[in-house]
Design a binder for this molecule. Structure first.
Ligand code: BEZ
Length: 288
């Protein structure tokens, strides 16, 4: 098996070409007189042995903890150089299947309406689809001029929408899933931190619109985890108790169970929580 990388050498996991190679045989059937039946039967003779290779594209994707793959792109707000232009900000880079489609339209209207809320949490939004720039512009104008969804209308999308007709960026980020569609990006969400590291990835299929409250919760929870060195339990929201990092030694486990760590409540040595007031979380997240 030969593996050859051809994209983005600086990044560890990108699209690779994998060649599956193996011997293949060519046969020739020669006539042969069979003395038992006094008739001609066929005999296959191996003529040659070839070495055949079948090339298969393997699409790999950046993972949580990786550096976000860099790219330059044309967007509805001008050219961007990612992630350099976004140094110091959290970013949600998200893809959608196509312009002028209903689920995407409802998503863009919702995200545009919530943009200020994300910006206050130091988080910028960047959209992408494999359509061209003029299609993007026409679609965003139509949304503003004609579309009403829930209580939203006259919605102006002011965050950049990348044109990616060549699928260059979509491929770098593993947004094309051929089982779902080979010409459209799925609904991918990459949450990228101010150092350009990928911190969360969420994928949805074409038919399922995203939950933007959840995306905001993810951004806030990641920032709270960083600021207070804690983890956030199931369905956590600011104001809920947080998880104290698991004891890393028998001594700490014993102290915790003996109630020696102030403010820390333990169900068992590995499951300890503490209070983290909502105002403290919001101060940390919204201080920018
Ligand atoms: C939509 O956004 O409505 C959509 C896009 C692609 C496939 C299915 C639905």
């Amino acid at each position: 098996m030969i593996v050859s990388r051809y994209a983005d050498q600086e990044h560890q996991k990108t699209v690779s070409n994998i060649m599956f190679c193996g011997p293949s045989l060519d046969y020739l059937t020669l006539p042969l007189l069979n003395p038992l039946c006094n008739c001609i039967t066929g005999l296959q003779v191996v003529l040659t042995t070839k070495y055949d290779c079948m090339e298969q594209e393997v699409i790999s994707m950046p993972r949580i903890g990786d550096k976000a793959p860099a790219f330059k792109a044309i967007t509805t707000q001008g050219e961007i150089n990612f992630p350099a232009d976004y140094n110091g900000s959290w970013v949600i880079l998200f893809s959608h299947p196509a312009d002028f489609t209903p689920v995407c339209t409802s998503e863009f209207m919702t995200f545009a309406t919530l943009e200020k809320q994300f910006n206050k949490a130091n988080c910028k939004l960047i959209g992408l689809s494999v359509d061209g720039l003029y299609s993007h512009i026409a679609w965003l104008r139509t949304i503003k001029d004609k579309i009403k969804y829930r209580d939203m209308k006259n919605v102006e999308v002011t965050f950049p929408l990348i044109e990616d007709i060549t699928m260059t960026v979509a491929r770098k980020y593993g947004m094309i899933m051929p089982g779902e569609s080979s010409t459209k990006a799925v609904r991918a969400v990459f949450v990228i931190d101010p150092h350009g590291m990928i911190r969360a990835i969420i994928y949805y299929p074409l038919s399922l619109g995203r939950n933007f409250d959840e995306l905001y919760r993810v951004v806030v929870a990641l920032q709270a985890a960083d600021a207070f060195k804690v983890a956030t339990p199931a369905d956590w929201r600011p104001g809920d108790d947080v998880i104290v990092p698991t004891a890393g030694s028998c001594g700490v486990a014993k102290d915790r169970m003996a109630g020696k760590e102030e403010g820390v409540e333990c169900e068992d040595w590995f499951f300890c929580t503490k209070k983290l007031p909502k105002e403290k979380v919001l101060d940390a997240v919204l201080e920018h």
